[in-house]
Design a protein around this ligand. Structure first.
Ligand code: NAD
Length: 415
């Protein structure tokens, strides 16, 4: 049985595949694989009880050939440099494939945010910003929320950054609407995943309204993906969150579930459904499976249990490289993360552009432009896959690596 590799090794393997099929030189490979700048900092924070705890913070700025570095900041106990680096690389390929004028980066703090009070999180975030502000900037590096961080975290970063550099809404995306956040930004990664998911359904010879869907994770990405699939007529039969899963083969009432989630409830609080084991959701007989929670949920161990025809990677790297090989070999279509959840960074681009122009778009415009970008990214990926006879993941990396390497050449970046 193939072995599951780390996220970093899996990402580098995808780059190597593209380097080979594009016929790029070893020198270019080195430039593409190496992060351009990395920072690791100690973050001393006074806790509410008066003691000081020192947290470790990271920012991996992978590549800025196509524009300022762009990527979220994750607060998670497992955040470390390797993991942050892998996620930063994914951002470079995501922004290139979506054709938005950014590079790729990621940040992280090794912390369980649930163990900290709001004021402790506020102090930690300001300390992180003060340690990093010299490498951030509207035309330099623009953070966003990720796991464990939120619009509130972005508001603290904007405030701390502004205390040195002056009022700068464009320094972060995914911030509250009141501070210059964009309408539709929170729903964009899930909506985008559903848009490309529906394209894959049509390419498989079916239609969304004939399809059944299971969604793992009912947070920002999962709930919006479920809602958009529901709005397109699909029957969403199962959803889960960290506390459990539910199923109704007649289709779940997604708007009602959204109400429960918005009021802090769990999906298992919903009455009109049966309880389901969390792992069993991944093995359900359905047309489309959308893992939209965390990474490494479909591995070499459980890949053969998957019965869905199409997997849409709402989360980052939910399918390991070894599982990907097994599934693609078995005829499953995988819409890869750098395509499927690119709606987040596309809407971040819209937010950044609105901030620079000091002009707010209406929701209809955001969604229209988002759908256009997602369809274009799907088209270019599918065309490449059809031309080369490979998977959508292989094709997506080919397109992204080709765009980034071309820009590096035109800039004459190598000294
Ligand atoms: P979130 O915190 O809003 O939601 C995560 C959801 O997953 C929650 O419902 C949680 O209960 C659930 N969950 C966690 N562990 C689970 C498990 N083991 N089984 C089932 N459910 C579980 O996070 P999010 O913003 O929706 O992000 C989800 C994923 O999408 C992450 O991988 C993130 O990196 C990726 N992503 C997010 C964005 C964004 O802008 N929000 C953009 C691109 C990619």
């Amino acid at each position: 049985m193939p072995q599951d590799s780390s996220m970093l090794d899996g990402t580098i393997a995808s780059i190597d595949g593209a380097v080979r099929s594009l016929g790029l030189e070893d020198d270019m490979r080195s430039v593409l694989v190496e992060p351009w700048r990395e920072i690791q900092v100690g973050l001393p924070v006074r806790m509410d009880d008066g003691n000081v705890r020192v947290f470790r913070g990271y920012r991996s700025q992978h590549n800025a050939a196509r524009g300022p570095y762009k990527g979220g900041i994750r607060y998670h106990p497992n955040a470390d440099l390797d993991h942050t680096r892998a996620l930063g690389m994914l951002m470079t390929w995501k922004t290139a494939l979506a054709d938005v004028p950014f590079g790729g980066a990621k940040g992280g703090v090794s912390v369980d945010p649930r163990e900290l009070s709001t004021s402790e999180l506020n102090r930690l975030t300001r300390r992180y910003t003060m340690s990093m502000h010299h490498v951030l900037g509207v035309n330099r590096d623009i953070p966003a929320p990720d796991l464990g961080t939120s619009a509130q975290t972005m508001a603290w970063i904007m405030d701390a950054y502004g205390s040195i550099h002056g009022h700068t809404p464009g320094i972060v995306t995914g911030k509250p609407i009141e501070l210059g956040g964009s309408l539709g930004r929170a729903e964009a990664p899930g909506r985008g995943a559903a848009v490309v998911g529906c394209r894959a359904v049509v390419d498989s010879g079916s239609t969304p309204d004939q399809s059944t869907v299971a969604v793992q994770g009912f947070g920002a990405v999962g709930a919006a993906a479920a809602q958009t699939m529901f709005d397109n007529g699909a029957k969403v039969i199962a959803v889960s969150d960290v506390d459990g899963a539910i199923i109704n083969t007649n289709g779940l009432d997604i708007p009602a579930l959204q109400e429960i989630a918005k009021n802090g409830g769990k999906v298992s609080d919903f009455d009109d459904a049966d309880a389901l084991d969390n792992d069993a959701l991944l093995a359900l007989d359905c047309d489309v499976l959308i893992p939209a929670a965390i990474e490494d949920v479909i591995t070499a161990q459980n890949a053969t249990d998957v019965r869905a025809k199409i997997i849409v990677e709402g989360a980052n790297r939910p399918v390991t490289s070894a599982a990907d090989d097994i599934l693609v070999e078995g005829g499953v279509t995988i819409v890869p993360d750098i395509l499927a959840n690119a709606g987040g960074v596309v809407a971040s681009y819209f937010e950044w552009a609105q901030n620079i122009q000091v002009f707010n778009w209406e929701l209809e415009r955001v969604n229209l432009e988002l759908d256009k970008k997602m369809n274009e990214a799907y088209d270019v990926t599918k065309t490449q896959a059809d031309r080369n006879g490979g998977s959508l993941r292989k094709a997506a990396f080919d397109v992204a690596v080709s765009r980034v390497s071309e820009t590096i050449k035109i800039r004459s970046y190598v000294g």
